[in-house]
Write a protein that binds this ligand. Sequence first.
Ligand code: NAD
Ligand code: DAU
Length: 348
Amino acid sequence: MKILITGGAGFIGSHVVRLFVEKYSSYHMFNLDALTYAGNLENLKDIENNPNYTFIKGDITNETFINELFNKHKFDSIIHLAAESHVDRSIKDPLAFVKTNVIGTMILLNAFKNTWKDNFENKLVYHISTDEVYGSLGQTGLFTETTPYDPNSPYSASKASSDHFVRAYGETYGMPYVITNCSNNYGQNQFPEKLIPLFVNNIINNKPLPVYGDGNYTRDWLYVKDHAVAIDLVFHEGKNNETYNIGGFNEWKNIDLVKLLCQQMDEKLNREKGSSEKLIIYVKDRPGHDLRYAIDASKINKELGWKPSVTFEEGLNKTIDWYLNNKAWLHNVTSGAYQLYYQKQYSN
Ligand code: NAD
Ligand code: DAU
């Protein structure tokens, strides 16, 4: 079976690629990635020479290139992760998110449809999506698969739009699909624009920790390897044309999470207790900041038997250790363009 995975050089994608390449020697995994600022082949060094793995550098918004690629390889399935993924960047440049997340997805869907015409037997498009499409919760309640879409940021609007197109292709053309909507991931190889790796990097460098607003925003955190296991399960055992929510059963207010991170970092860096917390500063809030996300993952649990295997303490511990042991990786991704991004995002 030929599987096209898009965005496989990114954070979540690299974990999914590795899991599939190592577990399924009868599949050939084609990793298509444009290597934007968020894509990094260092993430896949250990598997780059595996016989069932091919990396292809390319952009999903390049229609001619994508059509030629599908004509050549006739992929049986797509696991689609390629996206612009950072909410703050979507506020500054929404159009970039429409191009990759909406138009890029459409180009892939068309190429897949044109390859298989009306015969989609044993074919599948798997769209990796986010819980942010559901908008914001108040202090109580959980997102289920039937929660109405209500996206608030340009990022979540673009992901909601691509989810809708995937479903529309299922209904209109009979294209088999699955969609999963997952909560906040954390773990090794995450680009240090997202909360946890950004703050780990800043603590290492004794830089301020910019908490948006009052810090009382809540997210549900899931260890990235648990997400990859869920994706494997849904790909193989999920029902066609269904949606599954994936979450960590692990809600944290940002400020509490940051304080826990500070405590763990003090211990690991042998710094005086409380010293990292002194780096916390409260900064201007993110516009349209969603108050709370929390997932009801009982459908995937009941139907496919999935649940997270790594506790937050354990996952955070492993994540911090990975960044401390991979300072060259951190250094490489935070030099150059990152400095400019950081200055623009945090200068106020
Ligand atoms: P990421 O930003 O780390 O990686 C995205 C990858 O896509 C990069 O390798 C990048 O080079 C590639 N890419 C971007 N534009 C491309 C284009 N036009 N053509 C080809 N490749 C392109 O993202 P991530 O955090 O790993 O997220 C992966 C997917 O999972 C995204 O679709 C995201 O919406 C979704 N998701 C992420 C989270 C999370 O917490 N990070 C949670 C739920 C869902
Ligand atoms: O919920 C799933 C989503 O989680 C994914 O779809 C997105 O791709 C992913 O980026 C993530 O979105 P968030 O906006 O929740 O993640 P981020 O790490 O940017 O922020 C987490 C919380 O921390 C959020 O409430 C904003 C806050 N924050 C973030 C940064 C970068 C800060 O307070 N300060 C910061 O500097």
